[in-house]
Ligand binder design. Structure first.
Ligand SMILES: Nc1ncnc2c1ncn2[C@@H]1O[C@H](COP(=O)(O)OP(=O)(O)OP(=O)(O)O)[C@@H](O)[C@H]1O
Ligand SMILES: [Mg+2]
Length: 225
């Protein structure tokens, strides 16, 4: 089993969206996916209540740290190939990743210096945890909400700063897509959005697939727990 945690000390960075896109993409590829929703606002639990959740994808709430062991046990009962943890966007919320001990931690960020500072902080949290455990824990940032085809000067500066701090960045960015937002109101995945006549689904799907490929490539370079 592989496990991936999404963390950022900053709220609204794009964790829940990126976590769901990864889960949907893996399920589409025939993988069994169990998500743990450790955000007390339960955005993924809410998504799972909407019609059309793929059978291979389950969501398990862990609104407090005390619930984590039960949520993990419930998740394991589904015999997942992948466990994906979404966390609350605070420093305290981010620390839940230590309870999962994932193979990989991802930190989404939009292309601003403010978010870069928070992403560097997340990378340091993961690095410190790995050092304490005597085993490095792979971490990567993921640029998200990037306006299509625009590589602004600010974005370049953000990337340079992350590199200067030896923070890894996934080679594929998630673009700013209305279809990604629509998933949380329509439920299910891209097929349902297409059927509902939401615009721009094909481009969103192809961006999401490229992102899932990039995560898989990154995971293949990391040891399996
Ligand atoms: N790639 C994207 N394209 C369009 N909208 C996006 C994208 N990523 C995130 N959003 C939107 O930005 C907002 C914040 O995203 P999301 O909920 O994924 O962030 P988060 O890090 O999980 O936030 P929190 O810290 O509150 O849990 C949401 O309204 C979401 O729909
Ligand atoms: Mg969230």
């Amino acid at each position: 089993m592989h496990s991936v945690a999404f963390i950022s000390p900053k709220g609204g960075a794009g964790k829940t969206t990126a976590a769901l896109l990864l889960a949907l993409g893996l399920a589409e590829r025939g993988q069994r996916v169990a998500m743990i929703d450790s955000d007390p606002n339960k955005p993924l639990v809410e998504w799972a209540r909407l019609p059309g959740r793929p059978d291979r994808l389950s969501v398990h709430p862990s609104p407090t740290l005390h619930d984590f062991v039960d949520a993990r046990r419930e998740a394991l009962r589904t015999h997942p190939d992948w466990m994906i943890l979404d966390t609350e966007g605070t420093e305290r919320g981010a620390m839940v990743f230590t309870a999962l001990r994932p193979d990989l931690v991802l930190t989404p960020l939009a292309g601003s210096q403010l978010e870069a500072t928070q992403a560097i902080k997340a990378a340091e949290m993961v690095r410190n945890f790995g050092q304490r455990g005597g085993r490095p824990l792979p971490h990567s940032c993921l640029l998200t909400r990037i306006p299509a085809a625009i590589r602004s000067r600010t974005l370049k500066a953000v990337v340079d700063r992350l590199r200067a701090h030896e923070v890894q960045i996934l080679p594929t960015a998630l673009l700013e897509k209305e279809a990604f937002r629509a998933l949380f109101s329509a439920g299910a995945g891209f097929d349902a959005l297409e059927a509902a006549g939401v615009g721009g689904v094909a481009a969103a799907r192809s961006n999401a697939q490229a992102y899932v490929d990039a995560v898989l490539e990154f995971v293949q370079q990391t040891p399996v727990s």
